[in-house]
Design a binder for this molecule. Structure first.
Ligand code: HEM
Length: 503
């Protein structure tokens, strides 16, 4: 574990900090722990972004750090180093049972981050054949989702949520929209639309906060999923749960319930963060709003930009070394733990020398991880964000922030950051029939995801009502389709495609 001069334990660090200007080593009131290693908790970690940059300047792409109780961890800060790690299952695993401080008992069972790394028999924590079996059942069920139907359901849920506050002329887009939409949609996807209500939203938020009522909240959700599993075993329908049950991997009832829980909670938490983040930027950054209104940016491009700038999960704890190896110039020992640094990897100056530059729909960020564990639900998350935001802006085009930008507050942890409230104002309006033609049908034809700087006449020229084409499939393809290339010079086009593919 010892690179030239560093150790994960910090005990043989040869850092040459000036003893007179440095805090006493190990002082919990300061950011640094034993040996001068940065702590990912406490005062210095209040601004994690700044801390990651300090670590990058001191150590490069992979830096030693300390978790709560001064448990050593490597933080992977580089974009390509993160990708390399997640794509090297022979060297790095998500199975925490090989983590040396856990095996030695250095990490106590009540460690505050244990919900993030405590091993469970679910696809996120297993490897090899067992991963193929469990993940195969999840991806099999995901593959049955009809995205047209999903977008209709997202649109209907958005209209219902907007109906609840449109007459008031004001709302909190976190508590009344972003926290609700993913739960309403995921309950419908799983086949338990009737379980969606304020209580289940509250339970999901509460269990993630780790408050005193978190155990009861978790139980409320587990009970709902247990009822759903029993119902669908007895009477299958055409929904995610029934397809998970009928998959040839033959998951047991407890495997079904635990995977429904992972899917529901991962989808809820990440997508709620994504919705809030994109809406905040649209409301606070005039360039963003102007680009959207002027047709120079599509909602899917705005979503992708947010996945770079504020990934809904900022890090994942963790990956673990299966053998002695090397990463980003550091010597990693078998049993070392590594933090998948999504947020720092996304701002690695080697891939983003200018952070203010528009990423123009580029999808090579780390927001969904990568390698064998790459998020299987990313298109669902994107669909909820793209369609929900589009439909919200169609209903309330005059929406504006109802507080000073610097009054906005976040709660955060090592894993993610949530906006607490997003107060907005708009002209009061009557509710709309939720069964009427969806707002999506009235969205002006959006340019394909690759056309990023030239305004599209189709997007700006008004067409007769009802005469506009309906975008029926996701509008931002993962790769530009060269066959759809417009009148651009082929050289520019080829360069764009190469850049997009990261060549
Ligand atoms: C914006 C929304 C979402 C984001 C940002 C997100 C992000 C992530 C990330 C970072 C991982 C870990 C990848 C790794 O370990 O390398 C993950 C895994 C996972 N996500 Fe998502 N996710 C989102 C939505 C969803 C949805 C809607 C589902 C529902 C199907 C889902 C299901 C899962 C599952 C089952 C895993 C574990 C996969 C495995 O270990 O093989 N996620 N997600």
């Amino acid at each position: 574990m010892t690179p030239e001069s560093h150790s994960l334990t910090g005990r043989d660090l040869t850092d040459t900090d000036d003893a007179t200007s440095s805090p006493p080593p190990g002082c919990p009131a300061h950011g640094r722990g034993p040996g001068g290693t940065h702590r990912l908790y406490g005062p210095e970690a209040e601004d994690l972004g700044a801390l990651y940059e300090k670590m990058r300047a001191e150590h490069g792409a992979v830096a030693p750090a300390l978790l709560h109780d001064d448990v050593p961890i490597w933080v992977v800060l580089g974009h390509s180093e993160n990708l390399h790690m997640v794509r090297s299952p022979a060297r790095f695993t998500r199975d925490s049972r090989v983590w040396a401080p856990l095996m030695s008992g250095e990490i106590k069972p009540d460690h505050p981050l244990s919900p993030h790394f405590a091993w469970q028999p679910i696809c996120s924590h297993v490897e090899g054949d067992e991963h193929v079996r469990l993940r195969g059942a999840v991806t099999g069920a995901v593959s049955t989702i009809d995205y047209r139907g999903l977008r209709r359901s997202i649109n209907r849920a958005t209209q219902t949520l907007v109906n609840r506050f449109c007459e008031a002329g004001r709302a909190d887009l976190v508590g009344q929209f972003a926290d609700h939409l993913p739960m309403a949609v995921m309950c419908a996807v799983l086949g338990m639309a009737d379980e969606y209500n304020d209580r289940i939203v509250h339970a999901a938020r509460d269990m993630l906060k780790g408050t005193e009522t978190a155990i009861a909240s978790n139980q409320y959700i587990v009970d709902a999923l247990t009822r759903l599993t029993a119902r669908r075993r007895a009477q299958p329908e055409d929904d995610f749960t029934s397809h998970l049950i009928s998959h040839p991997a033959t998951l047991t009832d407890s495997e079904i319930r635990e995977h429904l829980r992972v899917v529901l909670i991962a989808a809820y938490e990440a997508t709620a963060n994504l919705l809030a983040n994109v809406l905040r930027v649209i409301l606070t950054d005039p360039r963003f709003r102007a680009q959207l209104n002027g047709g120079q940016m599509t909602v899917p491009e705005a979503v992708e930009q947010s996945l770079w700038d504020e990934p809904p999960f900022s890090s994942i704890l963790g990956y673990f070394a299966k053998q002695d190896t090397e990463l980003g110039g550091q010597r990693i020992r078998k049993g070392d733990g590594l933090l998948l640094g999504i947020a720092p990897g996304n701002v690695d100056p080697r891939v983003r020398p200018d952070l203010s530059a528009n990423m123009q729909g580029n999808r090579s960020h780390l927001a969904f991880g990568g390698g064998p564990h790459e998020c299987p639900g990313q298109d669902i998350g994107r669909a909820i964000a793209d369609t929900g935001i589009d439909a919200l802006l169609m209903r309330l085009p005059d929406i504006r922030l109802d507080c000073a930008e610097d009054e906005l507050q976040w709660t955060g942890s090592l894993a993610s950051r949530h906006l607490v409230e997003l107060p907005v104002r708009f002209e009061p309006r009557p509710p709309q029939e939720t069964t009427q033609r969806s707002a999506l049908h009235a969205v002006p034809h959006q340019r394909p995801g690759w056309l990023v700087t030239t305004p599209d006449p189709a997007a700006t020229t008004p067409a007769p009502e009802g005469a506009r084409p309906v975008p029926s499939t996701p509008v931002a393809p993962s790769l530009p389709d060269p066959a759809a290339g417009p009148q651009r010079s082929s050289g520019v086009w080829r360069r764009l495609v190469r850049w997009w593919r990261g060549e």
